[in-house]
Write a protein that binds this ligand. Structure first.
Ligand SMILES: [Zn+2]
Length: 288
């Protein structure tokens, strides 16, 4: 069942759980996300970054839509970190039900201006819009990018940003980074900032860079009002490490149906674990 982000997160916000948004840069990742969420009766967000769309091609989205409509759980197809209006238009033409416009690197007024343009366009198609205030960290080698140092969202301007842009969901920078943290770095989610933002902003909040953060911090962030958590690296790392092991142990192996199954099973376990942290298991029933 294909739905918009606004409808998906409204229920999550009311019932204090979060949906996971999983980047599906190939067929195996799509399978992992859909199968695990169906098995756990959990609503699902399938995220595709503009660079991933370029790689997958628009035809792949037809398959994603087919899967979304085939299953009974709610599914959102979301563009992750759209960088300009052309990428947004392409996503909407393909049938995405949600887009993110990320102008977080620009100054406040520029962020508002560009985000408003996307909101004005997307509302013609009943497509939800997410924007980012503050800048999420980047640990390198990620499509999503970010800032080498996290620029925390300023709660004192968050309400103005939401009011002036009329966005549906707000991505906040509260201590997470895209990618996997190196061993010497201990991430810490600033729950005090989440609390301050929820006092002044009523729309659902989004946490990016949700891989490799301590489980208790993710769960606490959800209990405080985060309604969507983006998880990408944790799943990809497991899928491809398993595939790498298989290839190392089976020189000359070339069949995808032999290379990927152990990785698919391992990655499904990661998502199942995350669904528990997000309090998302069984929540698809709330949408019926
Ligand atoms: Zn992100």
């Amino acid at each position: 069942m294909l739905i918009t982000m606004k409808d998906a997160l409204k229920v999550a916000q009311k019932n204090k759980f979060a949906l996971g948004a999983y980047n599906i840069g190939n067929h195996e990742l799509l399978r992992v996300a859909v199968e695990t969420c169906v098995e756990n009766n959990a609503p699902l967000i399938l995220a595709i970054h503009p660079d991933e769309l370029e790689y997958l091609t628009d035809g792949f989205v037809e398959y994603v839509k087919f899967e979304a409509n085939r299953v009974s759980i709610p599914v959102v197809i979301h563009m992750d970190h759209g960088g300009n209006i052309d990428q947004i238009k392409r996503a909407i033409k393909c049938g995405f039900t949600s887009v993110m416009i990320d102008v977080s690197h620009a100054d406040f007024e520029e962020n508002i201006k560009k985000t408003k343009e996307v909101v004005a366009y997307a509302k013609n198609f009943n497509v939800s819009v997410e924007a980012e205030l503050g800048t999420i960290g980047d640990l390198g080698d990620t499509l999503e990018g970010g800032s080498p140092t996290i620029i925390y969202t300023d709660p004192s301007v968050a309400a103005e940003f939401v009011e002036r842009t009329q966005i549906d969901t707000l991505a906040v920078a509260v201590g997470t980074s895209h990618g996997i943290y190196p061993k010497h770095m201990t991430p810490h989610i600033r729950t005090d900032i989440i609390k301050e933002i929820t006092k002044v902003v009523s729309i659902p909040l989004v946490l990016h860079g949700g891989s490799a953060n301590p489980d208790n911090e993710i769960a606490e962030a959800v209990s405080l009002g985060i309604s969507k958590v983006n998880i990408s690296s944790d799943i990809k790392v497991v899928l491809f490490n398993e595939a790498r092991t298989y290839l190392d142990n089976n020189i000359g192996a070339m069949e995808p149906l032999k290379i990927f199954p152990t990785g698919i099973e391992a990655a499904k376990k990661v998502i199942k674990h995350k669904l528990g942290l997000l309090n998302c298991v069984g929540k698809a029933s709330l949408y019926k």
